[in-house]
Write a protein that binds this ligand. Structure first.
Ligand code: UDP
Ligand code: MG
Length: 320
């Protein structure tokens, strides 16, 4: 297999107005970084505009351009996955089609990768041009909440704009899960990952393809994919309720023995409170098992080897 030194993977949804300039700027950046030894992979994610004809026109004139048409709109994360699966470069740059992430940073990102011997150089947004206050606020809150509930450390204010090594990408591609939060999955892979601060530009043309509903879906994939905290919440609540109901039980018992309780109130309250607490606790227990079952069902590799010194005889089947 002949690998180009660099693959640039770009998911596109209704980006017809950006594609010509995108192609020109990305090609120039790639040329400056690795000469002619690169490929650009564009994925058309079921666009409703002229994106696909434009891509075909560009591909007809540029042998370094690979264009892929998905059967329908699969969403940003799956479109990107398709491109990552089909690209073949030794290094892989992920970038958005709308030129919010400047392709000209490529050379500096490659330099950072070499200098710091990193497998992933992820771009961190220092500032965000031309995005609404609402988008900036929800993004800031989301990244911070996510950081609190997840077990994997997912970098703050980081999108999918990043440079990856082939081994990091191959490790990522070994994760078969359906609900994909790519920046989290790449963080999970490990190896050496270093930040690269940049200023995010305004969209070149068109408007965001991430309305609130899509952002919420991405946020849910992020939380459920990387944390079982919501499941654990039920058992914590159950424990707290059990403790509270014991206190209430004391109060009711005192009322009963001092004769100040209304007839029938004691037994009704006791049954309601204890049953409620107990149900919550059992639900929480089920949640604990369900959470583990869920983690298992993802069938991720159990470990990843970074380096090996000396010969090994065994054949790895659980790791990667
Ligand atoms: N995108 C995609 N499929 C979708 C939505 C978006 O492939 O269903 C692509 C889009 O073309 C762009 C990237 O994902 O290259 C990021 O989308 P967008 O710029 O709309 O998001 P924002 O920058 O506003 O968060
Ligand atoms: Mg954008």
């Amino acid at each position: 297999m002949i690998r180009p030194a660099l693959s640039i993977v770009i998911p596109c949804y209704n980006e017809a107005a950006c594609l010509d300039l995108l192609h020109a700027r990305v090609s120039a950046a790639a040329q400056a970084a690795v000469g002619a030894d690169y490929e650009i992979v564009l994925i058309n994610d079921g666009s409703r505009d002229e994106s696909w004809p434009v891509m075909q026109r560009l591909a007809a004139a540029d042998p370094r351009l690979v264009v892929i048409n998905l059967s329908r709109n699969h969403g940003h994360q799956l479109a990107l996955t398709a491109g990552l699966d089909l690209c073949s470069g030794a290094q892989i740059l992920i970038i958005d089609a709308d030129l919010q992430d400047p392709p000209e940073l490529l050379s500096d990102m490659r330099a950072a990768m070499t200098a710091q011997q990193a497998d992933v150089v992820y771009a961190v947004r220092r500032t965000r041009e031309g995005e609404t206050a609402f988008k900036k606020l929800t993004a800031a809150v989301f990244y911070r909440l996510l950081d609190r509930v997840t077990d994997t450390a997912i970098p703050l204010d980081t999108g999918d704009f990043r440079l990856m090594s082939r081994r990091a990408l191959d490790a990522f591609l070994a994760m078969p899960e359906q609900a994909r939060f790519i920046r989290g999955m790449v963080a999970w892979v490990g190896f050496r990952q270093v930040p690269f601060p940049y200023d995010r530009a305004e969209r070149h043309a068109g408007e965001t393809n991430y309305p609130l509903a899509k952002m919420i879906r991405l946020a849910l994939d992020a939380v459920t994919g990387f944390s079982t905290a919501p499941l654990r919440f039920a058992s914590h609540l159950g424990l707290a309720l059990t403790a509270a109901s014991l206190l209430l039980f004391l109060y009711i018992a005192i009322g009963f023995f001092s004769g100040s309780a209304v007839a029938g109130w004691t037994s009704t309250m006791l049954v309601v409170v204890l049953l409620g607490a107990f149900q919550m606790f059992v639900l929480g227990m089920i949640g604990e098992y369900l959470g583990r079952l869920y983690v298992e069902s993802k069938r991720r590799p159990l470990y990843l080897v970074a380096d090996v010194v000396g010969p090994i005889q065994g054949q790895a089947t659980l790791g990667y």
